[in-house]
Design a binder for this molecule. Structure first.
Ligand code: 9D3
Length: 249
């Protein structure tokens, strides 16, 4: 997959996308990331990329010309999703991440300041995405989050062990507690079941912990999860009668 990123702050991407799994993915040719400076596409003497809002208002707005020039010059005759990272966008969820990972190519435009000229949204951008309900200083960190999440779904990017892990995440539950050596750290021992050698018991314990943690922290996630009869029995253990809706009829 090739991802072109358009930003006023290219340096923000240099280290973030060149470490760990993303570094390995690029070395293996599975992922190509190209960062473009929007300022390079501003033609005027001062290479202006932003200006005051018509009709007045707070802050500065990114001008349309440099962004159109940058995207058109990189895209040429090709077609690909042109995504604007913006607080007004569609919320980024795993389903959307997985859809994006199917594309051979993505273009990401990072807004900054108070926003971008509406003509960029209407006549250049094909999708608008937000990463959550909090205010960032720009779209750059959001673009990095998107790239990182998408890359993990490109075949070959994760190792075999990591991919298997991936599948268990697709269960939609939060993970339960995990331990490594030492067996006892400052008087706190690893749960006995994990060293019991009883694999059926271990699997049941892990599932129980995942269900309990999901019920406590993110009960909303349980809506979208396929539960077995045994899962339902496990959940009943943690069932709090107070939360039961009143009987109807
Ligand atoms: C005064 C209205 N503000 C919107 C809440 C203006 C504004 C603030 C911050 C406009 C843009 C930004 C910069 N944020 C992003 O570009 C952004 C973002 C975010 O702030 N939160 C979550 N996802 C994203 S994606 C891009």
């Amino acid at each position: 997959m090739r991802i072109d990123i358009f930003t006023l702050f290219p340096a923000m991407f240099f280290s973030a996308l060149q470490e760990s799994i993303l570094k390995r993915a690029q070395q293996r040719g599975l992922l190509t990331l190209i960062v473009h400076s929007i300022r390079d596409y501003a033609l005027d003497r001062h290479q202006m990329t932003d200006d005051l809002p018509y009709g007045g208002g707070e802050g500065m707005i990114l001008k349309p010309e440099p962004i159109f020039r940058a995207v058109r010059s990189v895209l040429g005759q090709a077609t690909a999703p042109v995504i604007l990272l913006t607080p007004q966008g569609r919320p980024l969820k795993s389903a959307l991440v997985q859809e994006l990972a199917q594309q051979p190519r993505l273009l990401l435009i990072c807004g900054h300041y108070e926003g971008v000229d509406e003509r960029v949204r209407r006549y250049l951008v094909t999708d608008e995405i937000s990463i959550g309900d909090y205010v960032l200083t720009g779209g750059e960190l959001a673009a990095m989050v998107l790239v990182d999440a998408v890359a993990r779904f490109i075949p070959g990017v994760l190792g075999a062990a990591e991919s298997a892990h991936h599948d268990s995440y697709a269960s939609g539950l939060l993970e339960g507690p995990q331990y490594t050596r030492p067996l006892v750290f400052e008087n706190w021992a690893v749960p006995e079941v994990l060293v019991s050698g009883n694999h059926a018991r271990i699997a049941r314990w892990k599932r129980t912990m995942a269900l309990q943690r999901t019920l406590e922290r993110r009960p909303d996630l349980l809506e979208g999860v396929m539960l077995t009869g045994e899962d339902v029995e496990i959940l009943k253990q943690f069932h709090r009668p107070m939360d039961e809706p009143d009987a109807m009829e």
